[in-house]
Design a protein around this ligand. Structure first.
Ligand code: ADP
Ligand code: 3PG
Ligand code: MG
Length: 416
């Protein structure tokens, strides 16, 4: 894996008995009762933590949670410390601040081999402002000698803990960051073909760079979700009360022009594959609605297309069956209502059943969906990304500040 990555990793540095500052992304979804709804991001940080602990260093973990304005007890990282301790099988000290005297005293008095988690970095506005003095105070308070970036989910942000801090300490990639980066860029840059992309979710405008890049690189682009409604509307279908995104005509004209240039006008609809039928409902609030399917030219004025229909599911599945690589970003239906989750469930099944394909799942809602579908671990897929925005930006070909700012790898055989 290493030769595809262009940054130094924790394998390149000796941290024995040092204090190491590790940026993780513990921005985990929480239930209303304050418990953790999904701990994928905590579990995904374990390999780096365990690897570093073998060197008997002192680990100080930093993360953000949510988007607080100042101190907000509902966005404290305290519950994460408890869950991490359970998963690691050792105690994790939680400090209710990320800078200052309490941090200094606790870290200094912690023996080698201890793990400390600091409070939500975003309690301080300086974090998102990429403030160098804030980064320096974190370094001074912790007394860290090295910085490790393992918070892939936050690597698309240029914040104090992903960017400024790399100017204060020698900075290395953690194992999760390396794995995410390598899996995602390899699937886009050197895919086993055919490369099939399944794109769904809500808005074209959120995913326009990704769609453009996929038009360029993929062999088939399957469109589902509310995104498909916007495509269908553009093609002249009446989508009734469906969620679709106005103002995208120019973007869509450009997408179709690019696609025609690539595969020829006559083959465009076999390249950008839209649903031919949909499951319709009355609204997105009634959880007990029945599922009723219609052809895409039969959506009534008062109906919403909330999932792809059976014929489309079969077509998507047979294309996925032939794939060498599948990239999936965005549920193909309103998957939080059970009767409209079939399309996404069958997409997951088709991907999981194609044992010879490399499968990469990105996007917060898509990852949530496949983890539930898979009973929690996502092992039916080659890689379920822990990053929402970060995975999409990386798939779109953008550079991530949190990766770019780390020390470059050296030596022969390193690809740039
Ligand atoms: P991800 O987080 O995986 O990138 P998105 O945030 O783009 O995915 O998409 C998820 C959203 O899309 C969800 O809120 C989902 O309910 C919505 N969605 C998907 N299909 C439909 C549809 N047919 N109608 C309305 N909303 C939809
Ligand atoms: C995420 O959940 O996508 C990351 O933790 C980044 O969070 P943000 O979008 O609030 O910067
Ligand atoms: Mg989402």
């Amino acid at each position: 894996m290493g030769k595809h990555f262009f940054k130094q990793t924790i394998r390149d540095v000796d941290v024995e008995r040092e204090t190491v500052l590790v940026r993780v992304d513990y921005n985990v979804p929480m239930n209303d009762d304050g418990t953790i709804a999904d701990d994928l991001r905590i579990r995904a940080s374990l390999p780096t933590i365990r690897y570093l602990l073998e060197s008997q260093c002192r680990l100080v973990l930093i993360s953000h949670m949510g988007r607080p304005e100042g101190r907000d007890a509902s966005l404290s990282l305290a519950p994460v410390a408890a869950r991490l301790a359970e998963l690691l099988g050792q105690s994790v000290k939680f400090i209710d601040d990320c800078v200052g005297d309490k941090v200094r005293q606790t870290v200094r008095h912690s023996p080698c081999g201890s793990v400390i988690l600091l409070e939500n970095l975003r309690y301080y506005p300086e974090e998102e402002a990429d403030d160098m003095n804030f980064a320096k105070s974190i370094v001074k308070s912790t007394g860290a000698a090295f910085f490790v970036q393992d918070g892939f989910g936050a690597a698309h942000r240029a914040h104090a803990s992903t960017h400024a801090i790399t100017m204060c300490l020698p900075s290395f990639a953690g194992l999760l960051l390396e794995k995410e980066y390598t899996m995602i860029t390899r699937s886009m840059d050197q895919p086993s073909r055919p490369l099939v992309a399944v794109i769904g979710g809500a808005k074209i405008s959120d995913k326009i760079d990704l769609i453009r890049r996929l038009i360029d690189r993929a062999d088939k682009v399957l469109i589902g979700g509310a995104m498909a409604n916007t495509f269908l509307q553009f093609k002249g279908y009446n989508v009734g009360k469906s969620v679709w995104e106005p103002g995208q005509e120019e973007v869509l004209r450009d997408i179709y022009a690019k696609a025609s240039g690539k595969v020829g006008e006559g083959s465009v609809d076999d390249f950008i594959v839209l649903p031919s039928d949909v499951a319709v409902g009355a609204n997105t609030s009634d959880k007990d609605q029945p599922r009723r399917e219609v052809s895409v030219d039969r959506i009534a004025e008062d109906e919403m297309a909330l999932d792809i229909g059976s014929e489309s599911i079969e077509r998507f599945s047979s294309i996925i069956k032939q794939a060498g690589t599948v990239i999936w970003n965005g549920p193909v239906g309103y998957s939080t209502i059970e009767s409209f989750s079939f399309g996404s469930a069958r997409t997951a099944l088709a991907i999981a059943s194609n044992q010879s394909a490399v499968s990469i799942v990105g996007g917060g809602d898509t990852a949530d969906f496949v983890l539930k579908w898979d009973g929690g671990d996502g092992e039916s897929f080659t890689h379920v990304s822990t990053g929402g925005g970060a995975s999409m930006e990386l798939m779109s070909g953008q550079k991530l500040p949190g990766v770019e700012s780390l020390l470059d790898a050296y030596g022969p055989g390193v690809l740039h």
